[in-house]
Design a protein around this ligand. Sequence first.
Ligand code: ZN
Ligand code: ZN
Length: 216
Amino acid sequence: MMLQVKKFVFNPFMENTYVLFDETNDCIIIDPGCVEKDEEIQLTEFIQSKSLAVKQLINTHCHIDHVLGNAFVKRKFNVALSIHPIEEPMLKAVKTYASNYGFFQYQDSTPDSFLNEGDRVVLGNQKLEILFVPGHSPGHIVLYHELTKILMGGDVLFENSIGRTDLPGGDFDTLINSIHQKLFTLPDDVTVYCGHGSETSIGYEKRNNPFCAIVK
Ligand SMILES: [Zn+2]
Ligand SMILES: [Zn+2]
């Protein structure tokens, strides 16, 4: 057994929440979107049923759909939150607009440490590398596990699509550059676990993604 990925689809934005774990039973929670009680129970029951020890909480970026469960996860599992430093104002801003989306019970959360390009995240016997891929949001990061060719990609690259760039801090050219320089330089058989929708691969998107059809 190597790196395992468990996916949940949470909240009205259909956001993908991920739990990464390996044979040591340590785990990392990425982008917890749980907001309803039953979603919190689903996440908790999975972690308990596998006897996982939650070691870290990471946000790829801090749009509301990816951080709704931050406060719950921090409290429930007594775990530290890590984000990219540029993303901190995005996280702070969520409480100012959460009610606009109907999330009147939103609980604020603050980061405990920061992750930058090239940092290594240790999960049990596994090491994941942090890549900085701005454009969808200014401080977006992804996690790459070279050994199993798994990329936890957030909202940068989707199956036949890319992250939207019309939200505050978004920039289309920056996003396209990030995809070409940081993601399309990875091997074709890397599996991308996206922040929404189904998994894809680097090779498939290089050949088929209409947004990335820039000849290089
Ligand atoms: Zn987003
Ligand atoms: Zn999203």
